[in-house]
Ligand binder design. Structure first.
Ligand code: FAD
Ligand code: NAP
Ligand code: SF4
Length: 681
């Protein structure tokens, strides 16, 4: 450890270098591995180079690439096995080292094993993952040896490409981890049976990689320190493996907290910040090599506390550096209030990754688009009015002002944020406050003239003589045409979330989109939000952090304290309720509501609402839901009143966000569209 380095006054641990013997990390901030999808697109490596270089300029100490397969069976689409592959990666490693030769970039070796989407998929035993339709091919002895050889070759080629090291993933349900667990390893040869035998495959890979790359190359092993599987790894097995990895040549142990199959959310926004770092802390005490911790560490004060508590040597902030490439630099310079915080939504990163789309970030559409979306100074600055301070208006105003335009931002409300002011009140969505804090500060930094409590009409804009008008007036909730819709028991989601109406004991929520789910969560919640309290989170999701039974969850029954209310969440479609929710988070919302006793009904035909309740037909059967409240969450329509007015006056204006298109609208679409438009004016 470099004892002579001056301590940062606020973040002495985060900015303390770490001595690895043959090299050192300039600080303790790591950008963990994330699949970007760029490896597979034309010109992808140049885009990756710009993406990583921007994070290097942002002050991070070490970065890990998205997963690259050692062979075709590994199933990641991009492979590192030949000098030609290594050559393609050089543009990435050179771009990073050009920014600062002290910044490390390591490549992740990811063999997906039974999760690979290829007919050649392999695994220790022919056990299908519940997440895959494919049964893997069981490896024979020669096959096992080939997989080990391919990992070694992959590490050598990564070294040739100029990487400072590799991370070998041994968690998540990918190949190496399936050797470790009895359920997926049913072999009776030297690679199966006892735990000693089951560890052999990952250990052999580490040992032979070390022998092949020499002493001066970083080798990180990613371990499932708590795999969240019923009957998963015991704590003793985790410790045994980590210690054996140390002996086999690992430089660093990186802790991971899941298999993709697990039924506990570990990175979604409903997970408390730094919920799992205590597990890393326990493991760290058993080892003499450094440990990386991760998961929902999204601000520098959280990272500093984790390090100060002795829970880790290095803190991984992966998605937070998609959200803000300059997170580390801003912390160093005391500009924390300018950090664009990752809200843990997964909407543009993980969801896109799993859907095979290019990854980006909801709050920062420049992420992975560094060569495409740039905010250059304008050559002809204009006077611009932006009406509506929801996500679309905020993104437009801040980007246009950053580029040198003179921007006035209006909103009828007393605070900025639009619908984010509703979202932030939903238990589990507390991170949305951070986005509003960020935009609030950016309006100041970029000197936007903010006029709140101001409902704008076209004549106001006409008189002011702006050179360009942007209408970001959002949406109007849809009111379905159903008999009795004017009944006193019918209320809107807005009034419910803002507490303007009281909600009864028996409730029908009409519409099961994102808002219907959020409203159901809101009205069934009781006590402290799990996102704010690790003990509540552990209780609700059945995790035992203290005793660490197998997988952290074996034998632990989730316990949820719900509000005393009977809730029916309804939709007309016959598809499963919640199908439209995010790919990587939808299941957490469905499970959360199920634990609260919410009854989800699809294929509903709404007939009428009267004093008795809501009359519906399901599968041809008339039913009466004897509810005292009906909350309408039936989608949204664009609010174009102002746009039509300015059009009538012959004033040219642009539409952004919900005012432009309410179908498929979310904050991701609103911020992205507004940012692209503001970058172009
Ligand atoms: P809005 O946010 O609706 O903002 C429009 C603004 O214009 C308002 O502030 C309004 O006061 C102002 N305005 C209108 N007319 C005038 C006028 N004449 N003069 C002055 N001001 C005017 N999206 C996600 O991506 N992820 C989520 O997890 C998510 N959760 C949500 C949870 C809830 C409970 C809700 C309600 C929405 C959620 N959304 C989520 C949706 C997201 O908030 C919206 O898609 C987004 O806010 C749309 O942005 P916008 O700027 O177009 O409109
Ligand atoms: P939505 O996702 O489009 O859902 C609207 C719901 O209303 C659907 O269940 C729809 O299903 C129903 N509906 C539509 N027309 C109806 C009608 N005439 N009568 C009765 N029911 C009708 O919209 P939303 O829930 O209002 O959310 C708005 C936007 O915010 C969405 O884009 C959403 O993605 C975003 N959001 C996202 C999240 C998130 O966590 N990512 C959370 C909240 C909101 P049926 O037609 O089958 O009944
Ligand atoms: Fe974080 Fe959401 Fe951005 Fe992903 S899309 S990096 S979860 S803010």
């Amino acid at each position: 450890m470099a004892v002579d380095a001056p301590l940062h006054p606020k973040y002495p641990n985060l900015f303390r270098p770490l001595d690895l013997g043959f090299t050192r990390l300039k600080n303790r901030a790591l950008m963990g591995s994330m699949h970007t999808g760029l490896e597979e697109v034309d010109g992808g490596y140049e885009r990756l180079a710009a993406y990583f270089a921007e994070r290097a300029r942002g002050g991070v100490g070490m970065m890990i690439t998205g997963g690259i397969s050692p062979n075709e069976e590994g199933g990641m689409g991009s492979e590192m096995s030949t000098p030609e592959h290594a050559e393609a990666h050089r543009v990435v490693t050179e771009a990073v080292h050009k920014v600062d030769p002290d910044i490390k970039i390591c490549m992740q070796i990811l063999h997906a094993g039974p999760l690979a989407e290829t007919p050649t998929l392999v695994a220790p035993s022919a056990v299908r993952s519940r997440l895959s339709p494919l049964v893997p091919n069981e490896l024979d002895e020669a096959g096992v040896q080939k997989q080990i050889d391919d990992h070694v070759q992959c590490a050598k080629m990564a070294q040739l490409a100029g990487y400072d090291g590799v991370e070998i993933i041994g968690s998540a349900g990918y190949l190496l981890s399936t050797f470790l667990v009895e359920k997926t390893n049913q072999r009776e040869d030297q690679w199966g049976g006892s735990y000693h035998n089951r560890m052999r495959f990952p250990l052999e890979i580490m040992r032979r990689c070390r022998a092949a790359v020499g002493d001066n190359f970083i080798l990180i092993f990613r371990i499932a320190a708590m795999d969240m599987l019923q009957g998963g790894m015991s704590w003793d097995e985790v410790v045994l493996l980590a210690k054996a990895m140390e002996t086999a040549g690992a430089t660093i142990i990186s802790t991971h907290f899941t298999w993709h199959e697990s039924a506990v959310p570990t990175i979604a926004t409903m997970v408390p910040r730094a919920a799992f770092t205590g597990v890393t802390g326990r493991l760290r005490k058993e080892l003499s090599i450094p440990c990386i911790t991760s998961n929902r560490i999204n601000m520098p004060d959280v990272a500093e506390k984790v390090l100060a508590d002795g829970d880790a040597d290095i803190v991984s902030m992966a998605r937070p550096m998609l959200a803000d490439a300059e997170l580390v630099k801003k912390a160093f310079e005391g500009r924390e209030d300018e950090i664009n915080t990752c809200i843990g939504c997964n909407q543009a990163c993980l969801d896109h990754g799993f859907e095979g789309k290019e990854v980006s970030c909801l709050v920062n559409p420049r992420a992975c688009h560094e060569t495409i979306l740039n905010y250059q100074p304008s050559s002809s600055p204009k006077e611009i009015a932006v009406v509506g301070a929801g996500p679309a208006g905020l993104a437009y105003a801040t980007v246009a002002a950053e580029r040198g335009h003179s921007v006035t931002l209006y909103d009828a409300n007393s605070e900025i944020g639009g619908q984010f002011n509703l979202a932030k009140k939903v238990p589990g969505k507390e991170e949305f406050y951070e986005t509003l804090r960020y935009f609030s500060r950016m309006l100041e930094v970029n000197k936007v003239n903010v006029r709140l409590n101001t409902t704008v009409c076209a004549s106001d804009l006409d008189e002011a003589g702006y050179q360009h008008i942007v209408v970001a007036t959002g949406i109007i909730p849809r009111v379905p045409d159903i008999e009795g819709i004017d009944h006193a028991k019918v209320v809107s989601y807005i009034d419910v979330i803002l507490g303007r109406v009281s909600v009864g004991k028996r409730v029908a929520v009409m519409g099961a989109g994102g808002i219907g789910f959020d409203v159901s969560e809101f009205i069934t919640h009781k006590g402290v939000s799990a996102a704010l309290d690790k003990q509540v989170f552990a209780r609700e999701w059945g995790v035992d952090f203290d005793n660490h039974p197998r997988g952290g969850v074996t034998g632990v029954t989730p316990q949820v304290e719900a509000a005393d209310r009977e809730v029916f969440l309804l939709q007309r479609k016959t598809t499963p309720v919640g199908r439209s929710l995010g790919k990587t988070t939808g299941w957490t919302h469905r499970m959360s509501l199920a634990k609260r006793g919410v009854q989800m009904i699809n294929g509903v035909d709404y007939k009428k609402i009267d004093d008795q309740g809501l009359h519906i037909v399901v599968a041809g059967q008339p039913q009466l839901l004897a509810v005292d409240t009906v909350i309408i969450c039936a989608g949204q329509l664009p609010d174009r009143h102002l746009f039509d007015q300015v059009g009538d006056l012959g004033i040219d204006a642009s539409l952004v966000g919900g005012a432009f298109e309410a179908t498929e609208l979310d904050a991701k679409a609103a911020i992205k569209q507004a940012s692209f438009l503001a970058a172009a004016i």
